[in-house]
Design a protein around this ligand. Structure first.
Ligand code: HEC
Length: 240
């Protein structure tokens, strides 16, 4: 009885510590094999993010190869300006300009999904809200006092913080849409999914080859196991 009570208490304490008043991260539902989504994500990235952020670990030519895209298609969708196919995804913004404009240089996003996780990046991009106290008039639910401006506000609309008093201090626990953007919340979520899929792909392009290859390897091992089993039976026949 005592043990049961102890276990119940333990479980309860776990549950209690797991309850965070701030909204948990949203599920990004990543799928790097959804090539249409990754392509759209690349387009959004080129239009809305590359002014500040680079992805220095990948070349346009790698994307072309992985998704079987012609140079024309790439130039139409996300390869803008004078860039060449073998270029990396560089931003025109120098580190010094970034620092003087925002206080911190916008980081390279090649590995951001591995460093932060897809759910974090998804929730971060969705978590900007209006905050007149910040220099750029905007703050973020997931990354408080972040230096990045809310670059997607025209699509998303404007969000306001939901504030609750926790242990005597005002804490932002959620955000809510107060002014509609060009897109419905559902359409906007799809934009973020596309962008996160693209960032997840660039963080590990070889996944596209690795996972399908894994299936062949398993298949090979199963076939090998059957052959070995039969062989074993054959050998043991003579010994019995
Ligand atoms: C006007 C410049 C600018 C644009 C455009 C911009 N960002 Fe940022 N971004 C920044 C700055 C500056 C930071 C660093 C913020 C900080 O550390 O406080 C940042 C940080 C980030 C981070 C957090 C990285 C980390 O690990 O903390 C992510 C993710 C990110 N940006 C994604 C994006 C995406 C996706 C887009 C396009 C929709 C975008 N950014 C567009 C300036 C920009």
């Amino acid at each position: 009885m005592k043990t049961a009570f102890g276990i119940a208490l333990l479980l309860f304490s776990f549950a209690a510590s797991a309850v965070d008043p701030v909204k948990p991260l949203e599920d990004a539902d990543v799928d790097v094999f959804d090539s249409d989504s990754v392509r759209r994500g690349a387009g959004f990235f080129a239009n809305y993010c590359m002014g500040c952020h680079s992805i220095k670990q990948i070349r346009y030519s790698r994307i072309a190869k992985d998704f079987e895209l012609s140079e024309d298609t790439m130039r139409r969708e996300f390869m803008f300006g004078k860039v060449k196919v073998h270029d990396y995804l560089e931003t025109a913004m120098s580190k010094a300009d970034g620092e003087s404009a925002f206080g911190v240089a916008p980081p390279d996003l090649s590995l951001v999904i591995r460093a932060r996780g897809a759910d974090w990046v998804y929730s971060y991009l969705k978590g900007f809200y209006v905050d007149p106290k910040r220099p750029l008039g905007t703050n973020n639910l997931v990354s408080p006092d972040v230096a990045m401006p809310n670059v997607l506000w025209a699509l998303q609309g404007l969000q306001e913080p939901v504030i609750k008093k926790i242990d005597g201090t005002d804490t932002v626990v959620d955000v809510r849409l107060v002014k509609k953007g060009q897109m419905s919340p559902k359409e906007f979520d799809q934009v973020l999914t596309d962008m996160v899929n693209f960032l997840a792909y660039v963080s590990e392009p070889s996944k596209l080859q690795r996972l399908p290859l894994g299936k062949y390897v398993i298949f090979f091992l199963v076939v090998l196991a059957v052959i070995m089993y039969r062989l074993k039976k054959e050998y043991w026949k003579k010994i019995h």
